[in-house]
Design a protein around this ligand. Sequence first.
Ligand code: ZN
Length: 308
Amino acid sequence: MIIDTHIHVWSYPALADARDHIKSTKDLVSFRSRCPDLYDRTLTEDPIDNSDQLIADMDEFGIDRAFVQARPGSVTNDQVALSVERHPDRLYGLMRIGHDQEAAYEYLEDPAPVRDGAADEVAHCIEDLGMIGLGEIFIRAMTAEVDPEKIAKDLVPMMDAVNHYKVPVQFPTAWSQFPGGLFYGHPVWADEVAARYPDVPIILTKMGRSLITYFEPCMAVGMRNENVYFDVVGTNADHLRQALDLLGSERIMFGSDWSATWSCVREPAPLYTMRLKVLEDAGCTEEERENILWRNAARLFKLNDIAN
Ligand SMILES: [Zn+2]
């Protein structure tokens, strides 16, 4: 059994040709600056559902189930719910907030309206759309603060709602391919949020993305807060082994970051082959593999049919 906890669905017509421009991770990181015309088209085009392509890739690489969330831009949570509706045996939905700002070139100077609307969106996604948690919340969409205590205060409307439903929430770490906000990829601020909401599972995605500067605060926050978890997107075998030895295998989940752009990566190997190889190279035991590949996700997200 393999559950991929980290996928971004929906695409844009402009990205149909992305395959010609993205072969490796390095190509992907620089895609926006190398192909500004294609990137800018994604800011105005209507999004299209690419979940059939996702299911085809899952079948090819032996991925049983997946948690899907919107890619940055104008994709709505309601659209993501439609993908889940089309593949109810394979997909579960995660909601996002403020990911439209993440794709555009500037964040709101005063993000109060987004912050104040967060509680209603959480309730809508969980109660009306049947979503099982929050996908990557890039917090600059809700705060312009740089002090951890002030950041935590700005996240109160969203986190109080999350705490009410006791669902997991993902916060991304390190870099992204999208403009601006790099400051918030350093996860030391998440310590403050995790401490204030001990019953909410907080998933720091990408575990610092193989960069020591981000990996070390990930571990510090993880050691201090039992409710902090990680996914393996972009990490390397050395960091995965360190995290396993430090925190244990109950705190780490499998994820690919599959998306319209990431699914183009095929050097040095296809995306899923690359992500799964990290577990092999880290010398995971059978128990560690099972915990990472599905047990932790099934337990945390309460997938009752497979949780035991
Ligand atoms: Zn992601």
